[in-house]
Design a protein around this ligand. Structure first.
Ligand SMILES: *Cc1c(COP(=O)(O)O)cnc(C)c1O
Length: 422
C-alpha cells in the first residue's frame, strides 16, 4: 500500500496535512476483526465511528448489495422511486417512535440534521409564526460538520470554534448533569425551563442527542430530562428534534434513545448505523403535522433535494441491516456487552489517571483526568491487538453487537492496561 502517497495527498479527519498522525492500512475486515497491511489482526472497538452493528463482511449485507447492483445502482429520486426506498420507508416508520411517519432520505448524518433544522423553520412559516427561526440546544452536543449543524454543536469543544464568526447564533442551555439512573436534579430543571421561558417566541425547535451526548463528550444523562423537554416543547410551541444518529438502532440498549423516556420527537435524525456501517445513508423522520405545516408554508414544498437521495444500493443494505435488527438478537447482544463492560471497566475507577467510568448499552467510556496523547495511545492499542481511537480526555469503545465474550475481554483488558499505564 502506498502509505507515502496517502500521507502526501489525502486529507484524513482532524489531523494535520503537513504533519499527519500515522495512518494504518486496512486490507480486509471480517466480523469484528480488521486486517492491517502488515498482516496484524486487530479487534475493532470503534465500530468505524459508531456505524457497524452486525460486523464487517456480513453475508446477508453483502448479498443485499450484490443483488441490487445487478438491478439498478442509482436513479434520481425526483419523479422516480424504487422498491428499496419504499421498503426502507416502511421499516423506518414501523420501527421508530409512533407518530413519526414521513421519511426524508439524506446522504449523511450532517445532511439529515440540516434537513431537520430546515423542516422546523419552514414548519413555522406554514403556521403563521415566521419569527420562530432559532434553535435551542445544550452544551457538549455534536450534530455534524456542515454549517447549520456546526451552529448547534458545542461552541468550544464541538470542533468548530474557528468558524464561530460565520455561524448563525443559536441558543445554548447548560448540558444536563443528572446521571442516567437518578431523578432529575433541580439545576437541570431550572436551567432548561429558564431557556424556554426566555426564548420560546423565537424558537423553531430544540435539538438534542437523547440520553448519550457522543462526540461532544461521551456524556450519559437521565431520560427524565427528555420527558421534561418534551413537555416544555409542547407547552411553548417548539418542535423537538432528536438526533439519534449515534444512539439509534440499539446502541444504548433500547432501540432508540427516545425509548428510554417513552417520548416521540416531532423530527428524528438517524444515520451512522442505518446501513449497518456499510454505506453512507441517513434519514430525517417527521410527524404528519410537521409535513402539513411545511405544505401550508408559502413555498408549499420542502426545499432540499440531494443528488443521491434514496440511493438504491444504500437503501438495500439498510433494509438487510434493519431486518437483522428486527430479528431481535441485538437486545441480548447489547445487554451482554453492557454487563461485561460494567464488570470489566469497573476497576479503572480506582486508577489515579481515571476521572470516571461510564457505561450504557454497548458504550463504555473512561474519562481521564488529563487529555490523552492520541498518537502514542493508538500505537499502544495496536500492540495490544485492538483498534481504539481516543480523543480529548476520553478513551471509549462501542464495539459491533456481534462481538463475542473473548473478543470483548481483549478490548476491555487493553483499556484497563492503557489506563493503568497512564
Ligand atoms: C456523527 C454524528 C453526526 C454527523 O453525521 P455524519 O454522517 O458524520 O455527517 C450528527 N449527529 C450525531 C449525534 C453524530 O454522532
Amino acid at each position: 500500500m502506498d502509505i507515502q502517497f496517502d500521507k502526501d495527498h489525502l486529507w484524513h479527519p482532524y489531523t494535520s496535512m503537513n504533519n499527519p498522525l500515522p495512518c494504518y492500512g486496512v486490507v480486509s475486515a471480517k466480523g469484528v476483526q480488521l486486517e492491517l497491511e502488515n498482516g496484524l489482526q486487530v479487534i475493532d472497538g470503534m465500530s468505524s465511528w459508531w456505524s457497524v452493528l452486525h460486523g464487517y463482511n456480513h453475508p446477508r449485507l453483502n448479498q443485499a448489495i450484490k443483488d441490487q447492483v445487478d438491478k439498478v445502482s442509482h436513479v434520481m429520486f425526483g419523479g422516480l422511486t424504487h422498491e428499496p426506498a419504499i421498503e426502507l420507508g416502511k421499516k423506518l416508520v414501523s420501527l421508530s417512535p409512533k407518530g413519526l411517519d414521513k421519511v426524508f432520505l439524506a446522504d449523511s448524518g450532517s445532511v439529515a440534521v440540516e434537513v431537520a433544522l430546515k423542516m422546523a423553520i419552514q414548519y413555522w412559516q406554514g403556521r403563521q409564526q415566521p419569527q420562530k427561526t432559532k434553535i435551542l440546544t445544550v452544551l457538549n452536543g455534536y450534530h455534524g460538520d456542515t454549517f447549520g449543524a456546526m451552529a448547534v454543536c458545542d461552541p468550544e469543544n464541538g470542533m468548530h470554534s474557528m468558524f464561530e464568526g460565520s455561524l448563525n447564533k443559536q441558543i445554548f442551555a447548560p448540558a444536563p448533569i443528572t446521571p442516567y439512573n437518578q431523578p432529575l436534579c433541580q439545576q437541570d430543571i431550572d436551567n432548561i425551563t429558564q431557556a424556554f421561558n426566555e426564548h420560546h417566541n423565537e424558537l423553531a425547535a430544540m435539538i438534542i442527542e437523547p440520553v448519550v451526548q457522543g462526540a461532544g463528550g461521551m456524556r450519559i444523562y437521565s431520560p427524565e430530562y427528555l420527558t421534561l423537554i418534551r413537555q416544555l416543547c409542547d407547552k411553548h410551541n417548539v418542535l423537538l428534534i432528536l438526533d439519534e444518529i449515534a444512539t439509534g438502532f440499539g446502541r444504548t440498549g433500547k432501540l432508540f434513545g427516545a425509548d428510554h423516556a417513552g417520548i416521540c420527537p416531532d423530527i428524528m435524525c438517524v444515520g451512522k448505523t442505518l446501513t449497518g456501517g456499510y454505506m453512507t445513508l441517513a434519514a430525517t423522520l417527521s410527524t404528519s403535522e410537521v409535513a402539513s405545516g411545511i405544505s401550508d408554508s408559502p413555498a408549499g414544498v420542502f426545499m432540499h433535494g440531494p443528488t443521491f437521495m434514496g440511493n438504491p444500493l444504500a437503501c438495500s443494505v439498510a433494509n438487510a441491516s434493519l431486518e437483522l435488527i428486527m430479528e431481535g438478537h441485538w437486545q441480548n447482544q447489547v445487554a451482554a456487552i453492557e454487563s461485561q463492560l460494567k464488570l470489566g471497566l469497573a476497576p479503572a475507577a480506582e486508577f489515579d489517571a481515571v476521572a470516571e467510568v461510564r457505561v450504557l448499552g454497548s458504550i463504555g467510556v473512561l474519562e481521564m483526568v488529563k487529555p490523552v496523547d492520541m498518537a502514542s495511545l493508538q500505537k499502544r492499542f495496536i500492540e495490544l491487538g485492538v483498534w481504539v481511537r481516543p480523543f480529548g480526555k476520553l478513551i471509549y469503545i462501542m464495539p459491533p453487537y456481534c462481538i463475542n465474550e473473548a473478543e470483548l475481554n481483549t478490548l476491555i483488558d487493553a483499556l484497563i492496561t492503557v489506563a493503568r499505564e497512564s
